[in-house]
Design a protein around this ligand. Structure first.
Ligand SMILES: Nc1ncnc2c1ncn2[C@@H]1O[C@H](COP(=O)(O)OP(=O)(O)OP(=O)(O)O)[C@@H](O)[C@H]1O
Ligand SMILES: [Mg+2]
Length: 308
């Protein structure tokens, strides 16, 4: 996962890391839940809501469309209610309840979370690169696993208790101990298992690496330190820091305008500060290129800087 404040290079490095790993022969999926569709921009292909799209040998990219997920979700809920309660048509009240619930912001979050879990649990790739949304929001998604986990635990526990009572009641009434399969409990256990699987992947140091992207600027350094503290509290395995947009030092020897000299000096100061703050956790420095990063040849150049 690549995380960091807005616009610092998360999508760029996600694409570059995907490119690098795919070139080494691993099957890789780069995916995002960002409605801004920036993977589409960098790979120069319309990916939004299209499922995994092949970019080159071994490399796929996917942009999840949350709205589409919510519609699928509604249908799934309708089907489950029909099945569990034996309705042929849903009563009006339930239909309007489903519609109202779907308008909730939490519905979008959980549809997105669900889509990410789907991708991870399916296990069709060697590497998954999760191109995250800017920091605050990313933490929200990551913490969701912990929150859902606790919530589902509680509900499952309650349901199990209820089932015990049901069983006693059934025995008294009919004198038998076999109860119909509890569809709700089964559904809860299924969800619980999915959340456990995905949150254990997300917090497993052996399998997951989270990289912070930053640039040599004062505010960004301060914000990154704060964010790193928060992330480690949620057991996100921080694997290193990547410094982006470093002005090439080769410029220094040439006749350069005052303006540029100042910028290079300023960056030098903050690069020292970064070294002081993060030490050998800084795993790469990527130069400011002469143009924005779109298309495979530019992505390949960034990958070279990232993995050299
Ligand atoms: N080293 C670089 N040299 C030149 N341009 C760069 C470099 N790194 C990133 N860019 C450009 O900066 C812009 C922002 O990068 P990118 O989209 O990767 O950031 P992001 O962190 O994913 O942003 P967001 O928070 O909006 O998702 C893009 O236009 C990208 O091409
Ligand atoms: Mg991005």
């Amino acid at each position: 996962m690549f995380g960091g404040k807005g616009g610092l290079g998360k999508t760029t490095f996600s694409a570059a890391a995907g490119y690098h790993l795919a070139s080494q022969g691993h099957r890789v999926l780069v995916f995002s839940v960002d409605p801004q569709a920036s993977l589409s921009d960098i790979f120069r292909q319309d990916l939004f809501g299209k499922g995994p799209v092949k970019i080159m040998d071994n490399l796929w990219a996917q942009e999840i469309d949350a709205d589409q997920r919510i519609k699928a979700y509604q249908d799934e809920i309708r089907a489950k209610i029909r099945e569990m309660y034996g309705f042929t048509d849903l009563p009006e009240e339930i239909e309007s309840y489903i519609k109202a619930a779907s308008a909730e912001p939490a519905m979008e979050e959980s549809a997105i979370f669900d889509a990410v879990v789907d991708i991870m649990v399916a296990g069709e790739y060697d590497y998954y690169i999760y191109d995250l949304v800017p920091l605050g929001h990313a933490l929200y998604y990551l913490s969701m696993a912990t929150v859902y986990d606790a919530w589902i635990d509680k509900i499952t526990g309650l349901r199990e208790q209820m089932r015990e009572y049901d069983q006693v009641a059934a025995q008294i009434k009919r004198g038998d101990s076999v109860l119909d399969e509890d569809a709700i409990l089964e559904e809860l256990l299924y969800i619980k298992n999915r959340i456990h699987t995905s949150s254990s992947i997300l917090t497993d140091r052996e399998r997951t690496a989270f990289f912070f992207v930053l640039v040599p600027e004062e505010m960004i350094i301060l914000d990154t330190v704060k964010a790193a503290e928060l992330f480690s509290r949620f057991q996100v395995p921080i694997a290193g820091y990547v410094v982006n947009r470093v002005l090439p030092t080769e410029l220094w020897t040439e006749e350069i305008p005052e303006y540029l000299r100042h910028r290079i000096e300023m960056q030098g100061q903050y690069l020292d500060k970064i070294k002081e703050t993060f030490g050998n956790q800084v795993i790469a420095r990527v130069p400011e290129m002469e143009r924005d990063i779109t298309g495979l040849p530019m992505i390949a150049r960034v990958a070279e800087c990232l993995f050299r």
